[in-house]
Design a protein around this ligand. Structure first.
Ligand code: NAD
Ligand code: DAU
Length: 352
């Protein structure tokens, strides 16, 4: 059997870094190639612990550059792809939709084209795994869960771009017979998440006694999964998933934003030695996100029953670990919030 040379895209980002680490450590016989453009969200400090491993190579490249991606497939002869690179923040997609079209749609099609050209003589020996999101299914209003069969109904420029990329991946399977597998996961939390997303943003603001900007009334519901459990699911789908299939990933762990924020506030009061209730005083209601999806909730029975995956952590343990990580890694936080972060923050939250 030929040696696996897996191209993982977006491996300097939040989820990608956990996936790269898991594959590099768990599969010493695989060669792992991490391709990342290193946008504001990409940070090689997320993976310093594995950067010198024999089976790991970093490639700085932009998925939007079709020629560069084709050349890289010629040079390295990747056998498989796990595609995570994306523009990932909904608020940024509302300000700059075209960036999302370029990376998430054009970038994915460039990657599919390069894989198709490189694998054309033995399509059966290769797999293209596309990592997607539950947001493609739209917003739940009256109970129920997202199933793999739920019709797509994306509501934000971000989710529309991810939905388009999912469609292209399935179209390449149907039309060109590329072997593909897809997964759609709920909200992730854990170490190394860029502090534009709710949980690390609020941990950092509490620490610095800054307002906690709650969109609308804080009644929106998200379904949270610890990032390492998502990485474990990706491992299972890559190795055991059925070609052409989609797997929803989630931990049956729904939280109303305000309830989740109160849990974080309480834990932070304890960890920082502040009187109980102190951090909650920072809660500030701000103008709602445009087109804000009300509720996401994943039915993860298919991956649990067919691939035997289940989350390893309860939420209480996961959020505790997460807060501890951010408090212990203040240097990481200071670094990622230097540079353009303040400009982003002012634009997003001043006079909101
Ligand atoms: P992230 O924003 O933290 O990281 C994205 C990475 O992609 C960064 O390292 C960035 O440098 C890289 N990248 C961006 N544009 C690129 C380009 N043009 N070429 C090459 N690299 C580029 O994102 P994340 O939260 O880790 O999400 C990873 C994937 O998982 C995305 O596809 C996202 O849609 C999906 N997802 C995320 C969540 C979540 O809760 N964060 C949940 C479900 C699915
Ligand atoms: O569901 C999966 C998706 O989860 C992923 O595909 C996305 O990449 C990821 O960003 C995430 O999207 P959300 O929009 O749900 O995550 P975010 O952390 O931005 O927001 C979570 C909830 O908190 C949402 O209801 C909006 C709210 N929020 C967010 C921020 C940043 C606030 O109330 N205030 C804030 O400042």
């Amino acid at each position: 059997m030929t040696k696996k040379k897996i191209l993982i895209t977006g491996g300097a980002g939040f989820i990608g870094s956990h996936v790269v680490r898991l594959f590099v450590n768990k599969y010493p016989d695989y060669e792992i190639y991490n391709l990342d453009k290193l946008t504001y969200a990409g940070n090689l400090k997320n993976i310093t612990d594995i950067e010198h491993n024999k089976n790991y190579t970093f490639i700085k490249a932009d998925l939007v550059d079709a020629n560069q991606i084709h050349s890289l497939f010629e040079q390295y002869e990747f056998t498989d792809v796990i595609h995570l690179a994306a523009e990932s923040h909904v608020d940024r997609s509302i300000t700059n939709p075209l960036d999302f079209v370029m990376t998430n749609v054009v970038g994915t099609v460039n990657l599919l084209n390069a894989a198709k050209a490189s694998w054309k003589n033995n399509l059966d020996n290769h797999l293209f795994y596309h990592v997607s999101t539950d947001e493609v299914y739209g917003s739940l209003h009256d109970g129920g869960f997202f199933l793999e069969t739920t019709p797509y109904d994306p509501q934000s420029p971000y989710s529309a771009s991810k939905a388009a990329s999912d469609h292209f991946v399935r179209a390449y399977h149907n039309t060109y017979k590329i072997k593909v597998v897809l997964s759609n996961c709920s909200n992730n939390y854990g170490p190394n998440q860029f502090p534009e997303k709710l949980i690390p943003l609020f941990i950092n603001n509490i620490r610095n006694n800054k307002p906690l900007p709650v969109y609308g009334k804080g009644e929106n519901v998200r379904d949270w999964l610890f990032v390492i459990d998502h990485a474990r699911a990706i491992d299972d789908v890559f190795h055991k998933g059925k070609v052409g299939e989609t797997y929803n990933i989630g931990g049956f762990n729904e939280w109303k934003n305000l309830d989740l924020i109160k849990v974080i506030c309480k834990a932070m009061d304890k960890k920082l030695g502040r009187p109980e209730g102190e951090s909650e005083k920072l809660i500030t209601y701000v103008t709602d996100r445009a087109g804000h999806d009300l509720r996401y909730a994943i039915d993860a029975n298919k991956i649990m029953n067919e691939l035997g995956w289940k989350p390893s952590l309860q939420f209480e343990e996961g959020i505790e670990k997460t807060i501890d990580w951010y408090l212990a890694n203040q240097e990481w936080m200071d670094e990622v919030t230097s540079g353009n972060y303040q400009t982003y923050y002012d634009k997003m939250y001043t006079n909101r």
